[in-house]
Design a protein around this ligand. Sequence first.
Ligand code: NAD
Length: 300
Amino acid sequence: MTQAKIIDGKAFAAELRAGVAADVAVLKEKHDLTPGLAVVLLGDDPASQIYVRNKGKQTLETGMRSFAHHLPESTSQAELLALVESLNRDGEVHGILVQLPLPEQIDEAAIIDAIDPAKDVDGFHVINSGLLATGGAGLVPCTPLGCMLMLRHELGDMSGKKALIIGRSNIVGKPLAQLLLNENCTVTIAHSRTGDLAAESRAADILVAAVGRAEMVRGDWIKPGATVIDVGINRIPAPEKGEGKTRLVGDVNFAEACEVAGAITPVPGGVGPMTIVCLLRNTVTACCRQAGIDEAALHG
Ligand code: NAD
């Protein structure tokens, strides 16, 4: 049995990040314009703090401006709305990201709704999800966009392929389904109420797992030669590393899947790095659109 190709999201993301940095350099040199990304974090959740730090670091590394707004957990809805509105008006800020999840006193939907759709680099605003659903030029959510770039890189033309996405969230499953439809795939979305998930999975040429359940997808669920994208990030105990230690795994049983799939993304090092680079790319896209600059012309 041949082993699946491991899709190296980290290496691909580094390549794309170099492209973002080159575009930022052109924007500065030819247009005297520096893209700026504002990231808003409420509270001290350790995982969110790591994500936000990483985003800020990579924003600066690509030559952009990074504006970090770290507010207390007790921030009120009105205070957060006032900050979002001031960022909407700020000419140096081209992209706004409010790190989710938000504390319970905040109405998440109202905050997303308040972000200027032109600066909504997470692509969660209804205007942007509507544009994605109707084939318009909005801002596309970063994780689905990252999955799509990897699939295009790996498979090229996807016309006629059967794609199964497990998970129907607004931030991953649903937007990815739209993107795969745009690539002329025949798309199925599975979820917690799907009848025979294993059988649905076995029919898929492209299998995307975005559930949040450690190693749920087994090797015998996978069609031989299929391309598998594992979006899940799950922390599980790792007693082999020592007492109380943990490790990250995806939604797919990686060792089993490697025996059957044609190609597969690892966790970590697959979708995760692609998500951040797509955020950087979306910030450049947003900046170009706000300034009326043709983004494609930046890279010659
Ligand atoms: P979510 O909780 O919003 O959605 C999970 C989906 O899985 C739901 O639609 C639900 O119907 C489905 N589901 C739950 N149990 C199921 C089951 N037994 N069988 C089939 N479907 C089931 O999650 P989300 O925000 O879409 O994230 C999914 C996973 O992806 C999480 O592990 C999250 O950490 C990860 N994630 C990773 C990145 C990244 O950058 N790599 C980004 C976003 C999310």
